[in-house]
Design a protein around this ligand. Structure first.
Ligand SMILES: [Zn+2]
Ligand SMILES: [Zn+2]
Length: 550
């Protein structure tokens, strides 16, 4: 039996375990790779997945980093079945269609540029038609009902408590006559006591465990405080007659915020005359799917629904689907709460709301999720005084709130607690879905507390899994291609500098204004280098801690 790590290996996006067992080839997840240009190239060259030779795919949940490559695999020849829970399937439809829309827009934009330069137009990564074809391959599976996607691979989905429909996947594979090997894939593991969601299910036995490690380095802060902090922001802007802007991810985070507001409303702590705008077509649709599948929530949330209340549809909630309705929010006078995507304020309608409100003293901006480096959200959280949004340089005068308790991932000690439910000793654990530094921290803790062996696989690594919990890691020689050739980069720079120096005499004989132009360009190259040096040095500062600053 073989597993190959085609994503989320020493990184967090592009989740995909490519399995070979019992003469079958199948994948657990096929997420979109997101990040730098090198990482995103992986979405285009899917040869490594051999989509036409893939028998089936199991999807843990509908986040795009776990399912977003599915239409691309279909476009490149995959025609097997796709298994997922009913809520995941509903969410897949809206998430993949939204993703295809973005891919088509990007291709259109690139095509315009390329045809202007006489080049052929750009192809999208995939289209709505590819999504439709992918959705036709989907088969429902319920939690806790074992099934056989192919002979000899007993498969069980359990609730992972991460987002609606999210799953832990357990496989019992007949390796040799009468000998089964048990594999557990944690998927993204939810946080116990998370709003709406049930607690993550536990597994008690595994030979091989594939464990996510997003927060391997730390716990979440102030988990119980989130609702109070949200109320603080609402009260602050209400008193000043201004707006609360909440950049939120359409899936999960938006619904948690809505549910929190609902609870505050029930407790009579939310101002009555303060409308709440849900301003994101994707978030509106996701919220409808959440309400439809209420039986998958924890008992507290389910009770609301069974007594005829929809806690995701509190009074005062206004859904603004069309761009016209969205724009009309700006002319709404008086205090209001605006929940709008994207969560890191780098795309979508929220940018317009920030442009209208970020410079107002009584307004507030509430961040409820992780802010990646380089995004406007991260800059605001880090205390930027000025910010460029939609081409305009704006002063940040609004009060900024960062609420961390809404995380949908288990924190470090919650991962360790989840692990403690395993009854067997000597498991082989593969840590995935995390930054390498954080993974090493978690790996050491696991080694200290348990007698399991921990391995942190790299991208494209292949492991042969054997009975008796033995494995053998093999590296693909092509993996070398994914290493940055720093020797080349530095010697190229040095050569160029030498060449410039050699021509110094010639430079100083040029006209004065030409010299000034060239001097400025050279200095600009130096400024870029200084930035590079600074970013290498700042790597020591823990990126996650920065986002937690309040
Ligand atoms: Zn997820
Ligand atoms: Zn994920």
């Amino acid at each position: 039996m073989k597993v190959r790590f085609l994503g989320a290996a020493r990184g967090v996006t592009g989740s995909c375990y490519m399995m070979e067992a019992n003469g079958q080839r199948f994948a657990v997840d096929c997420g979109l790779h997101q990040g730098n240009s090198e990482i995103e190239k992986r979405n285009w060259n899917v040869k490594v997945y051999s989509p036409d030779k893939l028998d089936f795919i199991l999807i843990t949940h509908a986040h795009i980093d776990h399912c977003g490559l599915l239409p691309r695999l279909v476009r490149e020849g995959f025609s097997g079945r796709v298994f997922a829970t009913p809520p995941t399937i509903d969410l897949l439809e809206i998430m993949l269609k939204d993703s295809a829309y973005i891919q088509e827009m990007e291709a259109e934009w690139k095509s315009k540029q390329q045809t202007r330069h006489g080049n052929t137009p750009a192809d999208p990564l995939y289209t709505q038609a590819d999504v439709e074809r992918a959705l036709r391959l989907v088969t429902h599976v319920e939690y806790n009902e074992e099934f056989l996607p192919c002979p000899g691979v007993q498969t069980l989905f359990k609730d992972a408590g991460h987002i609606l429909g999210s799953s832990i996947i357990e496989l019992r594979i007949f390796e040799e006559k009468d000998k089964k090997v048990k594999l557990v894939f944690s998927g993204d593991l939810g946080r116990p006591n998370q709003l709406l969601m049930r607690n993550p299910s536990y597994s008690e036995v595994a030979d091989f465990l594939f464990l996510e490690s997003t927060y391997g380095n730390r716990d979440h802060k102030d988990e119980d405080q989130s609702r109070e902090e949200l109320l603080q922001a609402v009260n602050f802007s209400f008193q000043h007659g201004q707006k609360v802007i909440i950049p939120a991810f359409a899936l999960e985070r938006t619904q948690e915020v809505l549910f929190s507001l609902y609870l505050l409303h029930r407790e009579g702590r939310l101002p009555d005359d303060m409308p709440i705008f849900l301003d994101s077509p994707l978030a509106i649709r996701a919220t409808q799917i959440f309400s439809k599948h209420y039986r998958y929530f924890d008992s507290k949330t389910r009770n609301f629904f069974t007594t005829g209340e929809d806690p995701l549809r509190l009074p005062g909630l206004r859904l603004t689907e069309s761009p016209r309705d969205s724009m009309s929010i700006n002319s709404y006078k008086g205090p209001a709460i605006i929940i709008s995507a994207s969560g890191m304020a780098n795309a979508g309608r929220v940018k317009h709301h920030l442009r209208h409100n970020i410079w107002k003293k009584g307004a507030s901006i509430v961040f409820v999720g992780f802010q990646a480096k380089g995004t406007p959200g991260r800059k605001i959280v880090d205390g930027a005084k000025m910010i460029r949004i939609l081409g305009e340089e704006l002063a940040v005068k609004a009060r900024v709130f960062t609420i961390n308790g809404f995380s949908a991932h288990a924190g470090q000690s919650q991962i360790l607690e989840w692990l403690s439910y395993f009854q067997n000793h000597g498991m082989k654990i593969f840590l995935t879905h995390g930054e390498y530094e954080n993974q090493q921290i978690l790996a050491n803790l696991i080694r200290e507390k348990f007698d399991h062996e921990v391995h942190i696989p790299d991208y494209l690594e292949e492991c042969i899994l054997k009975t008796g919990r033995r494995f053998e890691a093999r590296f693909d020689p092509k993996r070398e291609l994914f290493k940055v050739n720093w020797d080349y980069v530095f010697s190229d720079l040095e050569n160029k500098l030498q060449l410039l120096r050699k021509n110094q005499g010639q430079l100083s004989r040029m006209g004065w204004s030409d010299q000034v132009d060239i001097r400025d360009e050279t200095l600009e190259a130096g400024t870029i280098l200084s930035k590079v040096i600074a970013s290498v040095n700042s790597e020591d500062v823990k990126e996650d801690e920065q986002t937690e600053n309040k």
